[in-house]
Structures are given as structure tokens and as C-alpha cells.
Design a binder for this molecule. Structure first.
Ligand code: AMP
Ligand code: ZN
Ligand code: FE
Ligand code: FE
Length: 289
């Protein structure tokens, strides 16, 4: 028998993934996963009544999830929300705020690209994104979409090149845009009855940012992440256990945008999955690192 495995971090066409929510369920079942959370950037658009039915039929426990973009100073911080109520007015309103934030930021990035001699039509970009998932009315526009347009227009050869040369965090056309704070985001997740988790701490390079995050009201840490080696996971597991926080994990599968990452390459077992579903946390107020 295949042991229980749950991948709690992946993206669909409701943000910058290349598979539709239905295709993700299908792939998850094929990959032998028994649990899944589709964690689109700033969107819960994947969670239609049909998708829960499809998951059930495929023998997959589907937890409503979302990956919110936040920031501290000039550092971008991702925050995961799990088992959130999809009807929560606060959650809906935060997602709507992000749609507007992203559209404004996208416009600012396009302006910089134009100034650098690489015009990209906003209308065409929005139409392309909308066409990918016509069922989703709140399309999330992200940098990968801009990068794909840049490839299409021949400004760069690959999405990676677009990030590296122009729109990555150190690039000349990068615009941070306005951030919604982690504290406000955590509060919204809690109001929606969900669990707030620090996403991929492995990617946070500044110790002071980590320290500040660990002082916030998070319930869990994404200890198992993508293709990071086991030793890296242990560091985060130790911190989570010490502080009585939940342990989560997932691949951050995006499909063709990040082709080297497969669905299910990182996962949690049944014990951790059940703990998460029970919201089984005991918050110790231990020291940070
Ligand atoms: P945004 O949310 O618009 O700031 O875009 C961030 C997303 O861009 C990430 O979640 C990744 O999916 C993608 N991304 C970031 N850096 C790269 C890169 N170097 N190559 C390809 N995709 C990237
Ligand atoms: Zn992404
Ligand atoms: Fe992320
Ligand atoms: Fe992600």
C-alpha cells in the first residue's frame, strides 16, 4: 500500500501555475498523493464546489489553502493559510485587495519595461491571463505572466532570463508595489478560522526578518519545502517542535514555469496532516532561534 502523503503547496492557473485545479487533482491522484492543498498566490479561486467533488472522487483530501504575498521592509515574505473558510468576508476582501495591488504593480512594471525599450501591452497581458482560466473572474497577474509575454515578444529567450535580467528582485524593471503586512494577513487567516504558516523559511536569508516573523502569531512552519535537502528541513522541524508549532510541507509545484519541481516532491505524512486538520497547536513562547 502506498503510504499517505500530502503535498500542501502548489499553484494552479488561478495564479501562476500552468495546470488547472482539475488537472492538479488528476496529477495528484496519479502521483499517489492522498492529501493536497492548492495554494495559489493571493487567491482561493481554485476552490469551487466541483473541485471538492473531483478530489473526493479521486480519493484526495483537499484542504482549502492560499499563499499570501506580504513583506517586511523591502523583503518579500510569503505566508500560507490553511483550512480557511472560503465564505469569510475578511478573506474575500483581502483577496480582492490583492487583485488591485497586483494590477497596479503590474502597470508599474510594464512602465519600466517600456522605458527600457520593451513595451508589453497591458490589455493583451490581461487578456492572455484571463484566457488561461476563463472560469476565474479574479485573475491574479504575476511576474511569471509578464515574463512569458516577454518571451513571446522576443525580448528574452526564457522566463528565467526575464527574471534574471529585468524583473527579478534585483532587476532594473522590478517594482515591489505596496505590501499588506504579515500581521494583518495572519489576522485575516485567523478570522477565516484558518492556520497561518510561514512559507518556505529556507528562502529567507536575513536573520532579523526570521526573528521578527517568529515573534508573530503564526501557527506553523513549512518545514519540508520543495527540493531542499533533509538537513535543511531538520532545522525548521526543531524550531517548530520547540515552539509547539505545526509542521507543514509541500513542493511549490507550478508546472511549466518551474519544470524541475514535480508535484509531491515534498510532502507531509498522515500524522502531521491530521494535526493540521485538527488545528492541534500549543503555542509555547520560547526564544526565537
Ligand atoms: P509575483 O508574485 O508576481 O511577485 O511573482 C513571484 C513568482 O514568480 C514566484 O512565486 C515564482 O512562481 C516566480 N518566480 C520568481 N523568481 C523566478 C525565476 N527566477 N524564474 C521563474 N519564476 C520565478
Ligand atoms: Zn508562483
Ligand atoms: Fe512562495
Ligand atoms: Fe508558492
Amino acid at each position: 500500500m502506498i503510504p499517505f502523503r500530502a503535498d500542501l503547496h502548489c499553484h494552479s492557473t488561478c495564479s501562476d501555475g500552468s495546470l488547472t485545479p482539475s488537472e492538479l487533482i488528476e496529477l495528484a491522484a496519479k502521483s499517489g498523493l492522498k492529501g493536497l492543498s492548492i495554494t495559489d498566490h493571493d487567491s482561493v479561486g481554485a476552490y469551487t464546489p466541483e473541485i471538492f467533488k473531483e478530489a473526493e472522487e479521486a480519493g484526495i483530501k483537499l484542504i482549502p489553502g492560499v499563499e499570501f504575498s506580504t513583506g517586511i521592509d523591502s523583503t518579500s515574505i510569503h505566508l500560507l493559510g490553511y483550512d480557511v473558510s472560503l465564505e469569510s468576508p475578511e478573506l474575500i476582501s483581502l483577496c480582492n485587495e490583492h487583485v488591485i495591488r497586483r494590477r497596479n504593480r503590474c502597470r508599474a512594471i510594464l512602465k519600466r519595461l517600456e522605458q527600457s525599450g520593451m513595451p508589453v501591452s497591458e490589455t493583451e497581458l490581461l487578456e492572455t491571463v484571463a484566457a488561461v482560466n476563463p472560469k476565474d473572474r479574479n485573475n491574479i497577474v504575476g511576474r511569471p505572466h509578464i515574463a512569458q509575454m516577454m518571451v513571446k515578444l522576443g525580448y528574452v529567450q526564457t522566463v528565467t532570463e526575464a527574471f534574471k535580467k529585468y524583473i527579478g528582485e534585483d532587476g532594473p524593471c522590478y517594482v515591489q508595489g505596496e505590501y499588506i503586512s504579515p500581521a494583518e494577513t495572519i489576522e485575516t487567516i485567523h478570522k477565516a478560522g484558518g492556520i497561518a504558516v510561514i512559507a518556505h523559511p529556507h528562502l529567507i536569508k536575513k536573520p532579523n526578518i526570521l526573528k521578527r516573523l517568529l515573534e508573530m502569531k503564526f501557527d506553523g512552519i513549512e518545514c519540508y519545502y520543495s527540493k531542499f535537502p533533509k538537513e535543511d528541513h531538520l532545522r525548521w522541524i526543531k524550531i517548530a517542535n520547540y515552539r509547539g508549532m505545526l509542521i507543514t510541507g509541500g513542493s511549490d509545484f507550478h508546472g511549466t514555469i518551474k519544470p524541475s519541481i514535480t508535484l509531491g516532491c515534498s510532502w507531509i505524512d498522515e500524522e502531521h496532516f491530521n494535526k493540521l486538520m485538527k488545528h492541534d497547536i500549543y503555542r509555547a513562547s520560547g526564544p526565537s532561534l
